[in-house]
Design a protein around this ligand. Structure first.
Ligand code: OVM
Length: 407
């Protein structure tokens, strides 16, 4: 049995091209569009010998693999490592890295905590926080969009929504980045991120305990499920960990990338100003256009066939969501950022039973931010170069100097 990066390497399926590329090269991670296009041009799948994986980036196959939890499981890890063969860096998530039937139990509790009704109650708080932040940035004039805005907003509203008693911005943002980087190969990016684990993980785990949570909020709803006998106390803590894993760095990235879109396409910002109700569809289009979560894996748990390609059991499949979201065979004028597109079916939140359970929170946060900008900001100038930060699973900005001009 040959193994690379902790998973079994199958033989190359008939008809699938072998592609000597490193999808985790920092250059590609920072600027992935050409790689996305090349991947789609290879066909439904390409075999990447460097990691012994099949990769897909066309919309149809990516959606099929990603959405079929019966053949393509999550319990063997959604990164390169096969949990059946090697021990993951942290105890697996009890919602992300599990399959049915167990998955339904934890998913149900999270869906309840993050329900449209629960999120509706937060909208006013999100709007107030967004208005205040945009006022502060207008006052400043020029600012660092990642550090002064994208990181600030979620850290002001999300820990409060969870009910955390303590907030540590660096720990929260870096923990998210660590969890996503861990999904990649054992490269320098992953090692550097994981080196922070001893400083951060104990703090994160501590915040997940019942006594460190307020009696209202997402965390309290999760612990109420433990009181009702649906979950153990330990499972409740693990679900709070999931909120802290997936709820901060993702929305930081979503805000940063949506801002980058508006700064890069002033005509689209003009449309948003003319109709601030476009804030929500503008965020959806920014998600499609930039795919904050660019790649997640699945593992074939059975022999399978997709688009005529025979996929052997145990194969790791790189689902390149960022490529699927720009597939011109599916999206008319895929390379055009258009806030009126309404890109239903984009894969930025995934699809199927594992589709992002926090997507309504993310939408409410970013809608609040974009609405406040539409109402208060007259023009957005990119005053320097926008630089992307390579991450093994997230396509995110590192820094972007901006100036907001008042209306
Ligand atoms: C988790 C989790 C959920 C979604 C994404 C994620 C890799 C983590 O449950 O820990 O980031």
């Amino acid at each position: 049995m040959t193994m690379i990066e902790g998973h079994i390497v199958p033989k190359v399926p008939d008809g699938v091209p072998v592609w000597d590329v490193d999808p985790y090269d920092p250059t590609i991670l920072s600027d992935p569009q050409a790689y996305y296009a090349d991947l789609r041009a290879k066909g439904p799948f390409a075999y990447i010998p460097r990691y012994g994986v099949l990769a897909c980036g066309r919309y149809a196959e990516t959606k099929e693999v990603f959405g079929d939890h019966t053949r393509f499981v999550s319990s063997r890890g959604v990164g390169l490592l096969d949990f059946k063969l090697e021990k993951p860096w942290r105890p697996p998530s009890i919602v992300l890295e599990v399959d049915p039937p167990y998955h339904a139990k934890t998913r149900t509790v999270l869906a309840r905590a993050l329900s449209p009704k629960a999120v509706a109650q937060l909208k006013e708080d999100f709007r107030d926080a967004a208005g205040k932040l945009v006022d502060e940035l207008l006052e400043k004039g020029t600012f660092e969009a990642v550090e002064d805005m994208a990181e600030v907003f979620p850290v002001r509203v999300f820990p409060k929504a969870v009910g955390l008693k303590q907030v540590n911005r660096r720990a929260l943002v870096d923990y998210g980045a660590m969890v996503f980087n861990a999904l990649g190969p054992d490269n320098a990016i992953r090692r550097t991120a994981l080196a922070k684990a001893p400083d951060i993980v104990p703090w994160i785990m501590e915040q997940c305990a019942r006594e460190n949570l307020e009696t209202e909020g997402f965390g309290a709803t999760i612990y109420a499920a433990a009181d009702a006998g649906e979950l153990t106390e330990e499972e409740a803590g693990m679900l709070v960990r999931s909120l802290l894993s997936a709820g901060v760095d993702t929305t930081v990235t979503g805000i940063g990338s949506a801002l980058w879109c508006l700064a890069s396409f002033p005509d689209q910002f003009e449309r948003l100003k003319a109709d601030p109700k476009l804030a929500r569809p503008a965020f959806e289009e920014a998600l499609r256009y930039t795919s904050p979560v660019h790649t997640f894996c699945r593992t074939a748990d059975v022999d399978a066939e997709v688009s005529g390609v025979a996929i052997a059991r145990d194969t790791k499949i790189l689902c390149v969501l960022g490529a699927a979201n720009l597939d011109g065979e599916y999206w008319p004028e895929a390379e055009r950022f258009d806030i009126t597109r309404r890109p239903t079916g984009h894969l930025a939140f995934g699809t199927g039973i594992h589709g992002c359970v926090g997507q309504n929170v993310a939408r409410a946060e970013v809608e609040a931010v974009l609405s406040a900008i539409a109402e208060k900001v007259g023009a957005i100038d990119l005053t320097g170069e926008a630089v992307w930060r390579p991450n093994n699973a997230i396509h995110a900005l590192d820094r972007m100097p901006l100036r907001f001009h008042p209306k």
